[in-house]
Ligand binder design. Sequence first.
Ligand code: PEP
Length: 249
Amino acid sequence: MARKFFVGGNWKCNGTTEEVKKIVSTLNEGQVPSPDVVEVVISPPFVYLPLVKSLLRPDFHVAAQNCWVKKGGAFTGEVSAEMLVNLGIPWVILGHSERRLILNESNEFVGDKVAYALSQGLKVIACVGETLEQRESGSTMEVVAAQTKAIAERVKDWTDVVLAYEPVWAIGTGKVATPAQAQEVHSELRKWLKANTSPEIAATTRIIYGGSVSAANCKELAAQPDVDGFLVGGASLKPEFIEIIKSAE
Ligand code: PEP
């Protein structure tokens, strides 16, 4: 089965109501390939999810940027998977490096979140990636394999999982991975999935790249055989996001 190209836009902690409306209207006017060719998912901050969902073109979907690790209750400030399902939000990003590193989310905690979100019917963009120090010390694969293993130990059905390889040194830095660097890790991750889950999961799970993706570099990255799309931060707030979606063709 072919892997449909996937483009996610992570708005992070950005935007006002006015800015959100403007970005959505730009997205709604964009000429992009059909949903048979590319799946597009926009991830605004929690507070803007209902607004974005209500205004966004029907061929694009929305994602939350996080959710709580289990059923809601006495967890002040958290948003549960059940609440997202209740609002009709189909996707959630989990394990983003900003949460792993700044908020100390461990591999196990992220794995638990992925399993719980899936159990509630959400689809998950699960992020993995190494720091610059880890890359320079030669431990990239060890790091991303450990992050993926914590998910694989808790998740048997990967149908609703997209794995996002996001090297931390490339996020928000303008220092994009070369197509060869991205392909190398994606291919190793696919081999890891084949050996540790199943050949079918390895062949069908989309592995997308994130880290300073732009209109200028997306085509070459998209041409790599194991790059099945992108998770885009900064550029997803700009009109160039449409050009990045077009790299699916
Ligand atoms: C991200 O935050 O997931 C990301 C990839 O950011 P940027 O595109 O800005 O590097």
